[in-house]
Design a protein around this ligand. Structure first.
Ligand code: FES
Length: 63
């Protein structure tokens, strides 16, 4: 499955969360409570990386 992370193409296994494949998102609780892992996905801000499963073609910005 192909996605883009901070402008770089990446190939990831289906069913994985953003937090599982992007090491620098700041995961603390990993259960969707702390909002420490917010990223932008497909121009939508404040998505919780620990909860959001990647989909084909997603564009993720972590900064
Ligand atoms: S790590 Fe706490 S909401 Fe994602």
């Amino acid at each position: 499955m192909n996605v883009t992370i901070n402008g770089e193409p990446a190939t990831v296994e289906p069913g994985r969360t953003i937090a599982a494949v992007v090491p620098n998102v700041g995961v603390f609780c990993a259960i969707g409570v702390c909002h420490g892992c917010l990223v932008t996905v497909n121009d939508v801000p404040d998505v919780r990386a620990c909860q959001r499963v990647l989909r084909e073609g997603d564009e993720v910005i972590t900064r």
